[in-house]
Structure formats: structure tokens, C-alpha cells
Design a protein around this ligand. Sequence first.
Ligand SMILES: *Cc1c(COP(=O)(O)O)cnc(C)c1O
Length: 346
Amino acid sequence: MTTQSNSRWIDLRSDTVTQPTEAMRQAMFTADVGDDVWGEDPTVIRLQQVLAERAGLEAGLFLPSGTQSNLVALLTHCGRGDEYIVGQQAHTYRYEGGGAAALGGIQPQPLPMTEFGGLDLHDVEKAIKPDDCHFARTRLLCLENTVHGKVLPLDYLAQASEVAQEYGLQRHLDGARIFNAVMALGCKLTDISQHFDTVSICLSKGLGAPVGSVLLGPVDFIEQARRWRKVTGGGMRQAGILAAAGLHALDHHVERLADDHRRARLLAERLQAAGYSVATPQTNILFVDSSELPRTALAQWLDRHGIKADCLGRDNIRLVTHLDVSDADIDRAAEVFTEFLREHRL
Ligand SMILES: *Cc1c(COP(=O)(O)O)cnc(C)c1O
């Protein structure tokens, strides 16, 4: 097998690595813009309205990143000395630099995650603190969907929502990849969003926009969130250039997520057939069990053969399909992985 020298990399590290398409660049190029801090950017306003409407929520706020969107949501839902209940491996707990605690005096209450990526609702009930000065005030239940590529079942969302409401908790969804869940379930966005007070959606993951997330919720919540956006770094001015990419993605890159899911499944099947241990993916993310493999050798092999993969985990390699991964790329990646086992007589 020849090494990959001149041809381009197949980048399976994340769905954030996509290049804006020509059509998306064109939409950005021709976008009507204004000063969004003055509320005068028509394209930003349209993006916020379009997504809010699709999610059945009142209003939206455009932010530079999913991390800032979640942080602003936490700062708006919770005050100093409040807490939010969250999964141990959730992005809003583990992967956002402890922002809510660092900047908001907000305490997370992390809980172990179930096999399907949710929180056990009995655990949630037990974690809700009584109204007593010994405890932080439990304000918010925070879920994630999709979570490490898994889709939370709709009936689970309904049950979680019921528990939260029974105890007077607000409900936030980190829906960075919510459209992957929508496509995997074949449902409407509202089938998921109806169970939450606020939802954060990334445009720069599978949707393929270069930048941007939108936080959705009630009008008064979004007005408060706008203040927190200012505090956490300010507003963006002619941000319609970026919002135009998001609008383009919503029109052209949602349905096609089904292709990413099909390719992820195909890759998983090819790797399983080759002898790898891989769980069949529900969406565009698959994990190859690398606990029994010579990890360093495999990482070097992939690199040498033009495959970029996230080999940082101790026990698995994460592979993600996206807009810039074709059927031929899947074929090639499967071949490189297969050849590795053959070469190393594993
Ligand atoms: C990527 C991601 C985020 C954060 O988005 P950034 O734009 O990278 O800050 C939040 N939550 C989940 C589940 C994500 O995958």
C-alpha cells in the first residue's frame, strides 16, 4: 500500500473542519448587513427569527460559538450560588473551561450518564437540593442532544422535562448537533425543542458554516442573554456576513446530514468486517475501540496514509463524517484501517 503524499487529507477528526462551499461563500458575499449591536443587521435578525420559528421558541440570539452560547444560557438561567444538573461527560460540564463557575459563581452538579447519553431521572430527583441555606439552589437541568453522537429518545425527553417541571427547574438543551438528532429520528425540530425552555444550536458543526451558534428561548430570556453576551465579550457588528452562512446551511445542509449518517454507518460496517470493535453509530460520530490496539502505531499509520483522526482518547479513536467526506473517502479510510491490521498481523 502506498503512502499518501500529494493527495489531500481525509479529515475525520470532527465535523468542524469543513470548508464553506462556493454557494455558501456566495451567500456570505452578497449578504445584507448592518450594525447588529444596534439591532440593525437584517441577516442576523432573519437567522434568529428563522431558527426560533423552526424550534417553536420565541426568540434567538446569534453568538460566535457554542461554548459562548451555552455559557450565556447558564449565566442567564442561574445566579451566583445556583447550580445546574448536568452529565459528567456533557460539553457544558467537561469541555467549556468551567466557565459557569469561573465567571458566574454557578456550581455544576454533574451526574453519571446512562448508556444512551441521558441522565437517570431518579438520580436527577435525588440531586435536586431542598430549599435550605446549606445548599446551592438547584435551578436548571441541562441535557445534550446528540451526545457523543447518540440521540436521546423523544419519550426520555418528555420524562426528563416532566421531572424538571415538577421541581420548578428550567430546562436547557445543548443542541450543538440537534439537526443530526432530527435527521436520525426523522422528526421535526419542535419534537425535540418543545421539551426545553432554551436551546443552543451550532451552525459550525455538521451544518458546515464557518462560525456561529444561536441561542433560542423566550423573549425576556433572550433580552437578558443579550446583556450576558455583551459581558462575555461583546456583540458583533456586521455579523450578517456570518449569519448568511448559517441561513444558507439551514436551507441546504440539513437534509444532507442523512448522507453523513449513512457514511458513518458504512465506515463502521467496513471496520467491523475488518475486525475492529466499533459500535454502530446513530449519527455521524463513531468510536473505534483502541484499548487492545497498538495506539501509537495506529496513529502513525493513519497519519502516514493521509487520514486525520482523533486518537487522543485513551480507549478509543473518534471518527466523524461531514460535508467534506465523500463515499470515496470512506472507502479509502476503511482500506487504510483494514491494511493496518493485516500489516501488523492483528
Ligand atoms: C462543539 C460543541 C459545543 C461548543 O461549540 P463551539 O462552537 O466549539 O464552542 C457545545 N456542545 C457540544 C455538544 C458540542 O459538540
